[in-house]
Design a protein around this ligand. Sequence first.
Ligand SMILES: [Zn+2]
Length: 154
Amino acid sequence: MNTLKTIRSMACVLLASALLSGVAFAEGATKIIPGPKGGRMLTKAAPHAEFFVEKDRKVAVTFYGADLKPVASAEQVVTVIAEAKAGKVKLDMEKKSEGFVSKQPLPEGSKYQVVVQIREKATAKPVNSRILFNDEPCAECHRAEYACTCDDAH
Ligand SMILES: [Zn+2]
């Protein structure tokens, strides 16, 4: 009787942990990480990169470790192309201690695509992220729409 109980409770623990890890995995896959500066996280795993538009509309791309603390940019090469309605503009990115900041502001207007291309180093394959730039605040999370962390995509 006691043995049976033990087996049953062991099975219970195993099932529970399987369920828990399943849930954790699902959350990890869909959870939106809010950018620490208020921008949009381009990555789901560390090293993280955040796309943030400063008050003067300059684009900052900041790198973070798994603990979401800024990390020094190493050999990364970052390219930002704004696909504004008036035409495509490639921004010159200046290397800072914790990422890159554009020399020019984003072009006039809102609701256009911005392509952020990150290479781990000059010879690496680029990883592209496309962001719909919209700086209107979201009514729910109060972040800019491009950095919105609400579950439903607007
Ligand atoms: Zn939102």
